[in-house]
Each structure stands twice: as C-alpha cells, then as structure tokens.
Write a protein that binds this ligand. Sequence first.
Ligand SMILES: O=C(O)CCC(=O)C(=O)O
Length: 309
Amino acid sequence: MLNEIPPYMDMGAKGKSFWKSCPEHLKEHLAFFLDNGYVVLRKSLPAEYVAQAQQEFAAHKAKYAERYAVHADSNGFQRRLVNLHMALPSFRNIFSKNTIALELQDYLFGSKSSCYTSLTFESGSEQDIHRDSPYFATNPEYYYFGVWTALEYVDERNGALQVYAGGHLLHDPDRGAIVDRFYKEDEDINHFDANLWDTYQAETVAMCKARNIPLVTVAMEPGDTLIWHPQLPHGGAVIQEPHRSRLSIVNHVTPSHVPVSGLAVFFGRRPAPAFGDYPYIEHDGRMFHLHRFVEFAHKDPVAFEEFGV
Ligand SMILES: O=C(O)CCC(=O)C(=O)O
C-alpha cells in the first residue's frame, strides 16, 4: 500500500522515520536526492553490463541498418528510440542489474520499482528544460522517477543532462489557471497539447530563474546512473560536437500497477484511474510494463519480437 503522498515530497523528510530508517549505505544518496532533486550513482551499473548493452546495440543496429538509416539524423544517430528494452535483453539488464539504483528507488517508493517505459538516445536529446510530472501523472501523484544511465562518456560538449538543482522544491505553477487559459470548462483535453505543456514548463523555468536556482550540467561516465525526482526541472544541453554519440537510456519507473495518465489528469480535467491494469513481463526479478512495439521517435512501430539480434 502506497502512501497518499510519497515521503520524498515532504520538505521535512529528514526529521521523519523515513530518514532515520534509511539503510546506512543509501543515506548519502538519499540526502543528496532530497536536497537537489537528483542524485548520480557513480559506476552503479557494472562494466560487464555496460559492455553487453553496447555490443548488443551495435549488433542490432547493424542487423536493421536499412530501417535505422531512415530515421537517423545527419550524423547517423537515433535521437529517440522508444521501448527498445523490449527487444534487447541487455537493455533490460541496465535496469535490473543496477543494484544500488534499485535499492534507492525501492526505498524512496516504499515499494518495488518497475519499468514503465524507456527512451534510448544515441546522441544528446537537446530537450528544453521541463518537469516530467505532466506526462507521468500517477495516482497517487509523484510516484515516478527518471532513471538515466550513461553507456558512453557524456560532457558539456555532447549534450549532457542539465538540471535545476533544488528546483524540485519549488511549488507548482497554478495548473487550474493554465488549463482555463486554453480550454472551456467542459472541454476535453488533447493529451499532447503543446500550449499546456509549454506554459507549465515556461512558468517553472521562470520560477527557477527568479530564485537563482543553479543550472548544473552533469558530466557522466559509462555505467553512471542519474535518478531524477518527478518535479525536477531537467533537460539536455545543446550539442556542440554533433559527430559524438552519447548512447544512454532513461527508464521511466513507478511501483507496479500505479496508473500513469497524462495532461488531462494532471490539469484536473479527468479523474485519475484507481489502478493501472497493465500487463508486465518479468526479467531478472523485476517487472517491465509490456509494450508490443519499439518505435523510432514515436513513429514507425516494429513488433518487439521481430526486432531482436
Ligand atoms: O537525455 C536527455 O538529454 C534528456 C532526457 C529527458 O529530459 C527526459 O527523458 O525527460
């Protein structure tokens, strides 16, 4: 049974039993996460699993070279592969063999973490700064993390992650006022409404700037994992060396069967489902939401059973 409000949303968490009962080996990471809204776990994924994933991805890409070529950018890279972990077992290992990252997720949730979706980036995403919570609107709210693992070196020149460190502590923009600006009272909401998303994110970034919250660029090495809080403003830095790849995967994680909705629930125009009646596959003792297709930037779906190496 999950708490109605997850303990890491409590600004007084460090005075509570949640903090006091934290296992010693996680405490430093928990403290950093509570204060900054993210934490980097250095070399949390053993080198053998990094190598396995690199090799399997290279073999997969070679096997489906024609299909990959259709979606490649001008440097031959994929900017966003959706749920590739369904086709590549070594990509599922990035989640399941990442022991300390899982221990921390499980402790934070108070429940076993499972993989909801994943995105693989072969180069930087250059995504504008945003919070993920409008697209991963869970019930109860905020039972979500981004768990991002580097499979190659990442620095400020090849599109590292950028985070407003501590920006998770700022209150939300006024969701009701935002939705009222674009929709009539009984109008249904388009799940991908750019006005709602952009306005919410712009107001969040403006708050970070007004409070001089530092924008930190996070250099990472293969096997390092960054976990971000559902309310952490984050994005991908502008790429200065476009010929450099930046192979990395983000798993979007929740406790199993936590329902995940989108903008209509987040902005209060639809009730949140009580239960996420999702199918799962089990891999290495962890649950992965079953997705039938791998997609290239949300297009050109391929059945995952036909897309292995
Ligand atoms: O990998 C990146 O550059 C950013 C990823 C991101 O912001 C996201 O998946 O929400």
